[in-house]
Design a protein. Sequence first.
Length: 140
Amino acid sequence: MPSALFGESAATMLLVRLLQAYATRKLVIRTYGDGLAKNKLQLAVDYINSHLDQDIKLTDIAELLGVSHYYFCRLFKQSIGTTPHQYLIQQRIERAKILLKNRKLSIAEVALECGFTDQSHLTKHFKRIVGLTPKAMRSQ
């Protein structure tokens, strides 16, 4: 099950593409070369990292920063080099690596602690990013 952040990002990008293709007035999208201001970027990163176990919504972060969710996506990617959703998944995987060292937690519990919907959701992303399954990493 995709996260709300991914769904909102995809819906926003689709809406912009539709407006660009079918609007009667030419849509002008401002480009920001520098990305988010450092303090706003830090605020967004801190929010994401402190809410990894929750279903983070793109609009919540954008409101926190006082920008539209479309501009937040663009500026975040310019600042970090990845989309907010990709960053979120990477951070969840990093937390999972740490939690997997604690053998008291099952892999399913680690998945939930990191904000994944279930163990298979964690395993899919973990294997894609790390190259190993969580079980294989734990047994190393």
